[in-house]
Write a protein that binds this ligand. Structure first.
Ligand SMILES: Cc1ncc(COP(=O)(O)O)c(C=O)c1O
Length: 388
């Protein structure tokens, strides 16, 4: 077996405590492994951490985006504005909910949607905006909400990367309309797979409580228990997007660790920035000028192919050959064939996103990563560029 010097260093790895593992085992032994008391407890913990009236735990953030968008009751031709710099799920769920994704390019010096360009993309068919807090950097929400309030538009924040991020002193989820978190294993906290919708809208919360589980009224998941009723009514055609207690068992121990996780991610990100500051091969992620705390879900600089003597994909292959994992988050969504074929998007439509799409690389960043791991990444990069 390779020693730790040679072991593959992934770009991300979840940190699961022994207590979290014991909680999953306890859940397995309890005889109740699907949606139940641990999910309720996790939702309560989420509400209290975020400071929001409603939190609904789900099987994924994709499910959350789908349900929040489906609740809008989009009609053919209705438009939803979002960013091309996102994961496919953001656009896919808009389409599946019956909307047309309308893209707006990102800022000149960041990865988030350029809020200044959103107004020009609004038409009489626009129903909602889905801003994406890319890498856990909060979108400039004050001007965005000012605009959407004036225009009576819904905002569903794709906060898959952003649990724990803070915008002008307020946690993402603690204000605004609706937010969707992801608890996928690469995210800042994990439930295996999982997600949650946070909202201030009582009606939306009630709607999602139904549609996430077949459209059953009441706490129908409990119908096999002593307190449960064997009967239920179907009051809407719902999905099967509930979170399991096995997943919530992890979440109950991940959430209290989130602040420590973010603190460690921040230290590592700051260390990357310091060490790489003078490297001509990298354009480091720029911080927005407004007051914020990024969640540092990703440390994703842009490679300069000329200075590096190679493109992004070759760099990634060279790092892999040195036993170091990197990743692409993401290729710009409008470059995928489905969006080109169906909506006529073309290369050249969103030049800022395309430049990022070609150059972005996620370097290893996770709470259990040591300074020595990070030094290994930096030494490997120096070696890759020296041999280019
Ligand atoms: C921006 C963004 N939105 C949505 C999702 C979907 O999250 P999930 O995997 O929990 O469905 C992801 C997942 O990586 C994402 O990066």
């Amino acid at each position: 077996m390779a020693d730790s010097e040679e072991a593959f260093l992934p770009f991300s790895r979840p940190t699961l405590s022994e207590e979290a593992i014991a909680e999953v085992v306890a859940c397995l032994r309890s005889g109740w492994i699907t949606t139940g008391p641990r999910v309720k407890q996790f939702e309560e913990a989420l509400r209290s951490y975020v400071g929001a009236p409603y939190a609904l735990a789900l099987s994924s953030a994709t499910a959350g985006l789908h349900l929040a968008l489906a609740a809008l009751g989009l009609m053919p031709g209705d438009e939803v504005i979002t960013s091309p710099m996102t994961f496919a799920a953001t656009l896919n769920t808009i389409v599946i909910a019956g909307g047309r994704p309308v893209l707006v390019d990102v800022e000149a010096d960041g990865y988030n949607i350029d809020v200044a360009q959103v107004e020009a993309a609004i038409t009489p068919r626009t129903r909602a905006i889905v801003p994406v807090h890319f890498a856990g950097v909060p979108v400039d929400l004050d001007p965005l909400y000012k605009l959407t309030r004036e225009r009576n538009l819904r905002v569903i924040e794709d906060a898959a990367h952003a649990i724990g991020a803070v915008y002008k002193g307020r946690r993402i989820g603690s204000f605004g309309d609706t937010q969707v978190f992801s608890f996928h294993p690469n995210k800042n906290i994990t439930t295996g797979e999982g997600g949650a919708v946070i909202t201030t809208d009582e009606r939306l919360a009630a709607d999602i409580a139904l549609t996430r589980f077949h459209g059953m009224d009441r706490e129908a998941w409990n119908r096999f228990g002593k307190q449960g009723s064997a009967h239920y009514e179907i009051v809407a055609p719902g999905f099967k997007y509930n979170m399991m207690d096995m997943q919530a068992a992890l979440g109950l121990h991940q959430l209290p660790a989130l602040e420590d996780f973010i603190a460690r991610r921040t230290m590592l990100a700051e260390r990357y920035k310091e060490r790489l500051a003078d490297w001509p091969q990298w354009q480091l992620p720029a911080a927005p000028r407004y007051d914020h705390r990024p969640a540092w879900h990703l440390f994703a600089p842009l490679i300069d192919p000329e200075a590096a003597g190679m493109d992004r994909d070759r760099f990634m292959a060279e790092m892999k050959a040195r036993n170091i994992g990197t990743a692409i988050h993401y290729r710009a969504a409008h470059l995928y064939p489905y969006y080109q074929d169906r909506y006529g998007y073309r290369a050249g439509d969103f030049p800022r996103a395309e430049r990022i799409s070609e150059r972005i690389v996620s370097l290893p960043l996770f709470p259990a990563m040591t300074d020595a791991d990070q030094d290994r990444v930096i030494a490997a990069m120096a070696d890759v560029f020296a041999k280019a």
